[in-house]
Design a protein around this ligand. Structure first.
Ligand SMILES: Cc1cc2nc3c(=O)[nH]c(=O)nc-3n(C[C@H](O)[C@H](O)[C@H](O)COP(=O)(O)O)c2cc1C
Length: 343
């Protein structure tokens, strides 16, 4: 399969992306991108869980063209679909995080990993971006990182709480990593020896980060209603339902199955976002119907970046957004806010 013919046809890019990306991305990095924890049960269930959602479509509402614009923590975006934080983007494509930011464009949200290989002041993001945070054992060492990000334009911090340490991913270490520049890792840390992970994360870290950042804090990795409520009580500004793309605890619940409970626990208090296995506009509609306000893609954005840099990412987002538009219109919804009525 040649890259250019596929990219220039009007066919569905996402149908070809995994195979094109496997060819474009060097084997060790490809193994890292595709990896799942343990026996990959959680990875393998993610997509099917979205596909099992059925809609009670609405008719005769006079909706006309659907309007996909929305806001995510007060930031206006042209689509509820956003880019999830992922590390090693410079190993996936030379443009790395800059390519990803360019692909997200001026009107879509992009979350930058704290392990990223591009300095925040070199990101040149044309649109809104948030910083994802992994806290190191001494969280004070993260303070300058978060301050630099906010100075460079990050509008919120996404605290990942499902990673007291990285889950074991079979096969990744056996690959030949000699061609991959491992200095593309945590380039925004003032020192290299901050240690790896804060293994005893608790609710107090939410308040600490909020104070350190001075911008809203989103908690990523929540799969239960009671945890969502605890996070909000501790000062979180929004909840992000995620199982880390099946890369942490294998047999963690699918995000599609967890989302409704979390959204019910959050109620009108704030916004809920979700990721994991989103591969079509219909999947996005299912997520909106189950209570998400923002829906993020991880691996598909890396595949698109690896295949065609920012242009690929832009095309992926446009394709998913157009699919969502059609789904909303066929379901009788005028805008994403109408979707919860479909279940
Ligand atoms: C290669 C790779 C690297 C990732 N790196 C991070 C990271 O640095 N921080 C984080 O919070 N999540 C990270 N994630 C998880 C994603 O943010 C997201 O939760 C997941 O990819 C969503 O599932 P999907 O890939 O099926 O869309 C990573 C995922 C992948 C595939």
């Amino acid at each position: 399969m040649e890259l250019e013919p596929v990219l220039s046809t009007s066919g569905r890019l996402l149908d070809h992306l995994p195979e094109l990306a496997r060819r474009a991305i060097r084997p060790a990095v490809w193994a890292y991108v595709e990896a799942g924890a343990g026996g990959r049960l959680t990875v393998s269930e993610a997509e099917a869980a979205w596909r099992s959602v059925r809609f009670r479509t609405r008719v005769l509402r006079g909706g006309g063209d659907a309007d996909l614009r929305t806001t995510l923590l007060g930031t206006e975006v042209s689509t509820p679909i956003a880019i999830a934080p992922t590390a090693m983007q410079r190993a996936v494509h030379p443009t790395g995080e800059r390519g990803m930011a360019e692909g997200a464009g001026p009107d879509a949200l992009h979350v930058v990993s704290s392990n990223c290989g591009t300095r925040f002041d070199d990101l040149r993001a044309p649109g809104p971006w948030w910083l994802q945070a992994y806290l190191p054992p001494d969280r004070e060492l993260f303070r300058p990182v978060v301050e630099d990000a906010v100075t460079a334009g990050a509008r919120a911090i996404v605290l990942t709480v499902d990673t007291p340490h990285p889950g074991t991913k079979r096969g990744v270490d056996e690959e030949d990593w000699s061609s991959v520049d491992l200095s593309w890792w945590r380039v925004n840390y003032p020192r290299a020896d901050v240690g790896d992970w804060k293994t005893d994360l608790d609710l107090d870290d939410i308040g600490w980060l909020r104070e350190a950042a001075g911008v809203p804090v989103v908690v990523k990795g929540v799969l239960r209603g009671d945890d969502a409520a605890r996070c909000l009580d501790a000062g979180a500004d929004a909840i992000f339902v995620s199982n880390h793309g099946g890369r942490q605890l294998d047999r963690a619940a699918s995000t599609a199955s967890a989302l409704r409970e979390v959204a019910a626990a959050v109620g009108d208090r704030t916004e809920v976002y979700v990721d994991g296995g989103i591969r079509s506009g219909a999947d996005v509609l299912a997520a909106l119907a189950l209570g998400a306000r923002g829906v993020l893609v991880g691996r598909p954005a890396l595949w698109a970046l690896g295949v065609d840099g920012g242009r690929g990412v832009g095309r992926l987002l446009a394709e998913l957004t157009e699919e969502l538009r059609e789904c909303l219109e066929l379901a009788g919804c005028a805008c994403p806010d109408d979707a919860p009525d479909l279940l």
